[in-house]
Ligand binder design. Structure first.
Ligand code: NIG
Ligand code: FE
Length: 418
């Protein structure tokens, strides 16, 4: 930078500056785990990062708000890229049944599982759904989640899917978090279509998705591609319609059995393939080619007592980005802690703590199509920042339920409440 340019920049009044920090940028261009900058400083204006780097090279000596970080660590805000946290009721009874040896699929076939939450959710009004979901969301926010994806999928008809998606929108308006809504109308076949799943899929394609698009209530469409839900061919049909309506695509695939959903996701260059315990080696190669992010969901594996783990080593070898998320839902993953999900991903699946950190930040942003503005502390990216009083960020996922950020900024605004 030449001297005159530097002079003009130092004259600017910028919104915020944090000095005297160690920074885990998670910047993919810095060739180290965590992308660490020691003796760092970060400046922002209008919600966007202006400078992140060594303090002695910063062009910004001060700002409207200048903060002494006192040697703490600064990280990107956390991103929970896969949740179903809007629903009514709970499934603790099913927890008993699972412990007595029933499988998730058996419970679902007997009319429990997702369908029992559908009954409760259809009966609830928007205000009830909002207040129940808010409690779960607040748990995530307290851990430093600044971006969250929330799916519908417990309405399974037009009005109740729209009701859920409106609640999801209200959560984003009410809480200091960026909310991305996904329509998961193809989550299960509702009881009234029990004998004719194709007719339900037609309903999703002809009625539900167009209504969601018309009200601009979701940016992505998701599917449960599984023996107890929808086939790969049905997924393809859904995705053709969703693509025509301008939705981005995601899928719950190869969770309990191998169904080929991953191949369909790759055909459509979807954002992410989620769960993937039963994915094959060739499918991983296809994900790498198609730029599909893997979303690792250890909460569901843990609660369902599964045995087949997602092939982390092979995903790593193919350089498929791996996100980690809670999968917060009332059945397979009643887990309202992204930091615990990160811990489980390390302990159960063998991800490294550094991978789990990129899984909650950089790769999670990619899984939502936000990789060019979130999940890394880089110039031009959103100023979603967490300040932690720890020796190193790995400590935050090492010790379960111990750490919370000292301070949180969402697009440059300090959060004063959750
Ligand atoms: O991601 N796999 C399907 N959907 C959810 C479970 C939802 C439920 O059990 O209510 C999941 O695990
Ligand atoms: Fe899920």
């Amino acid at each position: 930078m030449n001297a005159s340019r530097q002079d003009s920049r130092t004259m600017e009044t910028i919104d915020g500056l944090i000095r005297n920090i160690r920074i885990a940028t998670l910047n993919s261009q810095l060739d180290t785990d965590y992308g660490v900058i020691e003796d760092g400083c970060l400046a922002w204006n209008d919600g966007k990062i202006l400078y992140v780097g060594p303090q002695d090279q910063s062009p910004y000596p001060s700002a409207v708000t200048t903060i002494d970080g006192d040697g703490c660590w600064l990280t990107p805000g956390l991103i929970d890229c896969h949740t179903h946290l809007v629903y009514a009721g709970n499934r603790a009874g099913e927890f008993e049944a699972l412990r007595q040896g029933k499988s998730y699929a058996e419970i679902a076939k007997a009319g429990g599982g997702i369908r029992s939450t559908v009954t409760a959710t259809r009966a609830a009004d928007e205000a009830d759904l909002f207040s129940e979901a808010a409690k779960r969301l607040q748990r995530l926010l307290a851990e430093g989640v600044t971006t969250v994806e929330i799916k519908s999928g417990y309405g399974l008809n037009r009005d109740d899917e729209l009701k859920m998606l409106r609640v999801i929108r209200q959560l984003g308006e009410h809480f200091p978090v960026e909310v991305h809504a996904t329509c998961l109308a193809a989550h299960a076949v509702p009881p009234e279509f029990h004998d004719d799943p194709e007719a339900y899929l037609n309903r999703v394609i002809d009625e539900i998705l167009p209504a969601v698009a018309a009200e601009n209530l979701a940016t992505s469409v998701d599917v449960f591609c599984e023996s107890i839900a929808f086939s790969a061919d049905q997924t393809r049909r859904l995705f053709r319609a969703a693509t025509r309506l301008g939705f981005k695509l995601k899928g719950h695939v190869e969770q309990l059995t191998q169904q080929g959903g991953t191949d369909v996701l790759c055909e459509f260059n979807a954002l992410s393939a989620d769960h993937i315990e039963f994915i094959s080696e060739p499918q991983i190669g296809r994900m790498a080619e198609a730029g599909v992010t893997a979303v690792i969901l250890p909460g569901a594996f843990y609660y369902l007592g599964e045995h087949q783990k997602p092939p982390i080593e092979s995903l790593r070898a193919h350089q498929v980005p791996m996100a980690v998320a809670t999968d917060q839902n009332p059945g397979s993953s009643p887990l309202s802690s992204l930091l615990t999900a990160a811990n489980l991903a390390c302990v159960l699946f063998g991800m490294t703590p550094a991978e789990a950190w990129s899984g909650m930040t950089r790769s999670a942003a990619q899984a939502l199509g936000l990789g060019d503005r979130k999940g890394q502390l880089r110039e031009g990216f959103d100023a979603d920042l967490l300040l932690w009083d720890v020796d190193h960020p790995r400590q935050i996922i090492h010790e379960i339920n111990r750490f919370r950020p000292q301070r949180i900024w969402q697009a440059g605004q300090e959060r004063t409440h959750v």
